[in-house]
Design a protein around this ligand. Structure first.
Ligand code: C2E
Ligand code: MG
Ligand code: MG
Length: 296
């Protein structure tokens, strides 16, 4: 019985690590597997129990330092563990297929919040992350359409973020679905850009509106010349294709200065604001005029 149980654990592990591989059982695996099974069980009830919420991280126009919008980032308020970060549960949502329902909820919640803020007089955009699993069916198009009509959000104020790696998974189908999303008037951004080796041809084919340059190119940007050269090249690539360039993870004033010097269009990062709850986001938007002077 023990042997079979251990073999089972190794099998789960192999599946979770991306399938199509061998894994040899080690005693340490048991806790990790147990932990993950528990999380998975709790996740199945999280949506129903209203345990998800969205944090919003402001995005900034680097030319004049005004806020352009926010990115919605999901959080899970686990009844025992406290707040769980997306990196610790999005993969589970994807593996279990729960991401479809949760992704729909995110779209609805983000669009209705975005519409409310715009109605309150903040002319901001709302960016929503979409996972690869959601792009596997046409459901995504219906979900986006539904969230827009339900909330009354201007489609042009919504940006869908898709990671570069996801885009390259199933090029034909993805291109077709993204074209349908664009038909709705929604913007498309490539998230974590620079980490996924996409070709120029694909970027053009997907009619992308923005390249969100991955944080790894921005962090420590000013410490070596190669970093500066890479950022220069990535920003120029965006310019050559007439696509908005956007820097993720700006933490230091020097990084900001360099990005502004390179004419990178927009940015996001702890230097401006961490992901905030809805009330704090509103305060941020209201008080920005004062903050902008401090940042500049
Ligand atoms: P992402 O879309 O690239 O989001 C940016 C992540 O970088 C966020 O982490 C944000 O908190 C973090 N970040 C922003 N500025 C800085 C900075 O200056 N320094 C550092 N060190 N980090 C910064 P978070 O919220 O933990 O989200 C992680 C990832 O989870 C996201 O990466 C996104 O891929 C995914 N995710 C979040 N919400 C959703 C969602 O609703 N649906 C899906 N499918 N994925 C989501
Ligand atoms: Mg994102
Ligand atoms: Mg990113």
């Amino acid at each position: 019985e023990e042997l079979l149980r251990d073999a089972d654990i190794a099998m789960y592990r192999a599946k979770w690590d991306g399938k199509n591989r061998y894994v040899v059982f080690e005693t340490g695996m048991q806790d990790a597997v147990q932990n993950r099974m528990e999380l998975e069980m709790d996740l199945r009830e999280a949506l129903e129990n209203d345990e998800f919420f969205l944090a919003y991280q402001p995005t900034i126009d680097l030319s004049d330092m005004s806020p352009t919008g926010v990115e919605a980032l999901i959080r899970w308020k686990h009844p025992v563990r406290g707040v769980v970060q997306p990196d610790d549960f999005i993969p589970l949502l994807e593996d279990t297929g729960l991401i479809t329902a949760v992704g729909k909820w995110v779209l609805e919640e983000a669009c209705s919040q975005g519409a409310a803020w715009r109605q309150a007089g903040y002319p901001i955009g709302m960016a929503v992350n979409v996972s690869g699993r959601q792009l596997d069916t046409d459901q995504l198009i219906a979900d986006i359409e539904g969230a827009l009509s339900q909330s009354g959000l201007d489609p042009g104020a919504l940006t869908i973020e898709i990671t570069e790696t996801t885009l390259m998974r199933n090029v034909e189908e993805t291109a077709r679905r993204l074209a349908a999303v664009k038909q709705l008037g929604v913007r498309i951004a490539i998230d974590d850009f620079g980490t996924g080796y996409s070709s120029f041809a694909h970027i053009q084919r997907f009619q992308v509106d923005a390249l969100k340059i991955d944080r790894s190119f921005v962090t420590g940007l000013t410490h070596n010349e190669e970093g500066e050269t890479l950022i220069h090249t990535l920003v120029q690539l965006g310019k050559a294709l007439s696509i908005e360039t956007f820097a993720e993870g700006i933490e230091r004033q020097q990084e900001l200065s360099l990005l502004r010097h390179e004419n990178c269009d927009s940015g996001q990062g702890f230097l401006f604001a961490r992901p905030l709850d809805a009330a704090a986001t509103e305060t941020f938007l209201r008080d920005w005029a004062d903050n902008a002077i401090a940042v500049r």
